[in-house]
Design a protein around this ligand. Structure first.
Ligand SMILES: C[C@H](O)[C@H](O)[C@H]1CNc2nc(N)[nH]c(=O)c2N1
Ligand SMILES: N[C@@H](Cc1ccccc1)C(=O)O
Ligand SMILES: [Fe+2]
Length: 277
């Protein structure tokens, strides 16, 4: 692990991130501390109700199958109870974190089948979109798919391969790959309408509709090396969405890629502009 919790806490405070990083353990986890107000519970239900109407229409079926399997969206989740359920289904658990954490510990959690979930919730003013991951994003966006064995295995492999790529000096490149697939990926299977599967889309009322339905959204056919070279910003709608033909295509690209060669060719080069890829 490259960055200490104390250094990261200072950096996050300087950037205006909302979580309290001063209470983190060395692996960036904290206690969930289940003490949410009635108002926060109401915000949670509002978020789930309005977003579920959209995902029914715009989300890939692997996500919707996950929601059906997981249930539990009527109140703010108790991470311990959810972990118990997930462990039985796919061997995953969720751990509480104060918000965005650095790439290396994040991928280390994934490699060990632990998914980091932020322990605080966006406010009523941020129902449509929030600039940093909160509990609604982490839980509603990511956790349902972890009930699906194929996806659950894939996320662990992501964590393992990421550690190798980081060791080669490719942390920016592997982070972009995660970003444009797990967070903002779209899927168009043969003969099917375009669907979303990325968690950053699942949790945003406005960006989910924009990415799938707007003529202004920039859709690009998935290519592993291009994705690994394309820059991104976390606090604005994405200027490119990469479209996969299937999950198998993603897994194959991952398994056959010569990561050392890709990192070697591209390390230190400026990122591609997402608007023009
Ligand atoms: C690896 C990459 O930086 C990725 O966006 C990670 C980083 N840290 C994170 N931390 C939290 N809490 N939630 C996330 O979704 C992520 N995503
Ligand atoms: N923009 C996402 C949250 C998010 C922020 C940053 C990274 C990933 C996701 C939402 O509104 O739900
Ligand atoms: Fe996320």
């Amino acid at each position: 692990m490259t960055m200490s919790v104390a250094d990261y806490a200072r950096e996050c405070a300087a950037q205006g991130l909302r979580g309290d990083y001063s209470v983190c353990r060395a692996d960036f986890t904290v206690a969930q501390g289940y003490d949410y107000s009635a108002d926060e519970q109401a915000v949670w239900r509002t978020l789930c109700d309005r977003q579920t109407k959209l995902t029914r229409k715009l989300a890939h079926h692997s996500y919707l199958d996950g929601v059906a399997e997981l249930g539990l969206l009527d109140q703010i989740p108790d991470f311990g109870a959810v972990s118990e359920k997930l462990r039985k289904l796919t061997g995953w658990e969720i751990v509480a974190v104060p918000g965005l954490i650095p790439a290396a510990p994040f991928f280390d959690h994934l490699a060990h089948r632990r998914f980091p979930v932020t322990n605080w919730l966006r406010t009523r003013q941020e129902l449509d979109y929030i600039v940093e991951p909160d509990m609604f994003h982490d839980f509603f966006g990511h956790v349902p798919a972890l009930t699906q064995p194929v996806f659950a295995d894939f996320m662990q492999m992501y964590g393992e391969r990421a550690e190798d790529v980081i060791a080669l000096g490719g942390d920016e490149m592997i982070t972009r790959l995660y970003w444009y697939t797990a967070e903002y990926g779209l899927m168009q299977e043969a003969g099917q309408p375009l669907k979303a599967f990325g968690a950053g889309l699942m949790s945003s009322f406005t960006e989910l509709q924009f990415a799938v339905e707007s003529r202004d959204a920039h859709h690009v056919a998935f290519d592993l090396e291009t994705v690994m070279r394309t820059g991104y910003e976390i606090d604005k709608f994405q200027r490119a969405y990469f479209v996969l033909p299937s999950f198998d295509a993603l897994r194959d690209a991952f398994q056959t890629a010569d990561m050392a060669a890709i990192v070697g060719r591209n390390k230190g080069k400026p990122a591609l502009d997402p608007a023009t890829v």
